[in-house]
Write a protein that binds this ligand. Sequence first.
Ligand SMILES: [Zn+2]
Length: 86
Amino acid sequence: MDKWGVESYLFIKTIKTMKQLRKPNCPYHGNKEDVVRIIYGFPMPELMDRAERGEVKLGGCCVTDNNPEWYCKKCKKDIHEVLIAG
Ligand SMILES: [Zn+2]
């Protein structure tokens, strides 16, 4: 798989994961109103529109095991799944 192939794969994987995951409450202010999904990988034009509307946050192309899944626009903090589980 070339570089673009890998990024498209990650993008598609993220979109599929989005549909499966329930949005968590923000652990800092207690509800999920301002919580958005963080999308990693190459942003498609449609995705950039969604980011501009504040529906998602773009996390860049550097994906590691420790990347947060969610972002709170109100608290301006990344939310890790482990924080919510605990
Ligand atoms: Zn918050």
